[in-house]
Design a protein around this ligand. Structure first.
Ligand code: HEM
Length: 500
């Protein structure tokens, strides 16, 4: 009897074990749907000029979780608010590292920065210090006089064009505004007196964006892609930009050593002070290379994103005269007569904030956020996502998802009336700054720059389309590259608003 019982139990255990291993094997086989690719290149040919748009189109056929192979790199793309929430919130700890990419590696002195560093104790410590010291509300507010000074110069220069009836290149003006504010806050200098003038510096930043946004074979073929990058000249271009930026940082350190600057404590002052205090971050003391890598994040993170947002907002407003009239009326009625709108004034400008959120919905400056890398296997919509998979969150596609947004292609700020959705990373329908552990640490700095610049341009001027152009010429074409910026520059004629 005992033998029969023993044998039955053994038999039952074998069946259970077989069922369990079968399930486990099946689970391992459950991969997200994939568009067919070619040998060696995989799906690279499907990226197109504007990858966020190409992958959005593919997601309509293959779903909100897709697996693609870019060269030899398995990459999962998520394209809905629900799947973004799973990646950025529920499974954040499984996938908040960054992949190793050639351009960022060179620019960050081998990942000594915040944005491209892998998820480890060093990154945690560095991010904590930067959030407390560099990106805090208190520090951003200490730079408000710099912003006011630069916005005043912008108002004066646009007023001059208005009095002559000449057009203004707003894309250029917004870039120049953010370059000046960022440089003054970071380095404490205008460009006079440095080897770089403003145009050369803008070119340096532009070239850096260009190579960061260019196709780099080493990022998709880690074993031999560098040869292609040598042959295409990308490697050389990268080296030149890195050297030029390095020389610029060195010059800024010299300037600070000589004490040739005045004003509030800038970012370089602060970082040099932390170096002098022998601050330990993660595994060692803060060095010059750490400082340079952090400065790179400030320049790359701070300049493009705010200028791109202001340009898209003005573009959408020109295409939607009803919204333009409404936002200008709000600003002018609420503020009354003033020479400049302040940050405190902006608190009352609810419709302006809706216009900015609607701009971010349709035109998030980083359409894929910054790519992530999976650190430990997890399940997403019942699919198994293995270690070392690269992850893209297509926030551009999420902003156009008809399951979330009614008439998604329409620029309609009113959709935010009585809605709890904001851009602060808690609502996965709208993610211009990302969410989770890797979310933008400088959201306050970026938002206040956009609000302040836009509010003043809308308050002081009415805007007309230049003679010879029609409303349809104000197009929505995007330029290829790191950020989804407007391809054709926005050129408008300002008219001074005289009621104040
Ligand atoms: C409108 C302005 C801005 C927008 C829309 C923006 C957007 C973003 C996005 C989408 C990310 C990636 C988040 C993710 O991977 O989940 C990011 C990360 C980052 N941003 Fe911003 N940003 C802005 C302004 C700034 C400014 C002004 C700075 C610095 C002065 C900055 C510094 C950074 C840094 C250091 C990271 C990396 C965070 C990490 O990996 O831990 N950003 N930003």
């Amino acid at each position: 009897m005992a033998t029969i019982l023993f044998l039955s139990l053994l038999f039952l255990s074998c069946i259970l074990l077989a069922a369990f291993t079968h399930k486990k094997r099946q689970q391992h086989q459950r991969k997200p749907p994939s568009p067919p690719g070619f040998p060696i290149i995989g799906n690279l040919h499907q990226l197109g000029e504007l990858p966020h748009q190409s992958l959005w189109r593919l997601s309509k056929k293959y779903g909100h979780v897709m697996l693609l192979k870019f060269g030899s790199i398995p990459t999962v793309v998520v394209s809905s608010s629900e799947t973004a929430k799973q990646v950025l919130k529920i499974h954040d700890l499984h996938c908040c590292s960054r992949p190793s990419l050639a351009g960022p590696r060179a620019l960050s002195y081998n990942y000594l920065d915040i944005a491209f560093s892998p998820f480890d104790d060093y990154w945690k410590e560095l991010r904590r210090i930067c959030v407390q010291e560099l990106f805090s509300v208190k520090r951003v507010q200490s730079f408000q006089p710099i912003k006011e000074d630069e916005v005043k110069k912008l108002i004066d220069s646009v007023s001059e064009s208005a009095s002559q009836g000449t057009p203004v290149n707003l894309s250029e003006k917004f870039t120049s505004l953010t370059v000046r504010v960022t440089c003054k806050a970071t380095f404490g200098v205008n460009f006079q007196g440095t080897v770089l003038n403003s145009d050369r510096f803008e070119k340096l930043i532009h070239d850096t964006y260009l190579f960061l946004g260019s196709f780099s074979a080493s990022d998709y073929f880690p074993n031999g892609g560098w040869i292609i990058d040598w042959l295409t000249g990308l490697h050389g271009q990268r080296e030149r930009s890195v050297r030029a930026l390095d020389a610029f940082y060195e010059q800024m350190f010299d300037l600070h050593k000589q004490g040739n600057k005045e004003g509030v404590e800038d970012f370089v002052d602060l970082l040099l002070r932390l170096e002098k205090e022998e601050t330990v971050i993660g595994y060692g003391k803060l060095t010059r290379n750490h400082i340079k890598a952090i400065l790179m994040n400030v320049l790359i993170g701070g300049i493009g994103t705010s200028a791109i947002t202001m340009t898209w907002a003005m573009t959408e407003l020109m295409r939607n005269p009803r919204v333009m009239k409404k936002v200008q009326s709000e600003i002018r009625n609420q503020i009354g007569k003033k020479s400049m709108i302040t940050l405190d004034d902006i608190d009352q400008l609810h419709y302006l904030k809706m216009v900015i959120n609607e701009t971010w919905r349709l035109h998030p400056p980083s359409p894929f956020l910054i790519p992530r890398q999976v650190m430990s296997e997890f399940e997403l919509n019942d699919y198994v996502i293995p270690v070392k998979t690269r992850l893209y969150v297509n926030v551009w596609a999420i902003g156009r998802d008809p399951d979330t947004w009614k008439d998604p292609e329409e620029f309609l700020p009113e959709r935010f009336v009585n809605s709890s959705i904001d851009a602060k990373g808690q609502h996965f329908e709208l993610l211009p700054f990302g969410s989770g552990r890797r979310m933008c640490p400088a959201m306050y700095m970026g938002t206040t720059m956009v609000e302040f610049g836009l509010a003043n341009m809308l308050y002081h001027f009415d805007w007309k389309i230049p003679v010879g152009m029609v409303a349809e010429d104000i197009d929505l074409e995007e330029s290829p590259g790191l950020n989804a910026s407007k391809k054709n520059e926005l050129v408008l004629v300002p008219l001074k608003y005289l009621d104040h």
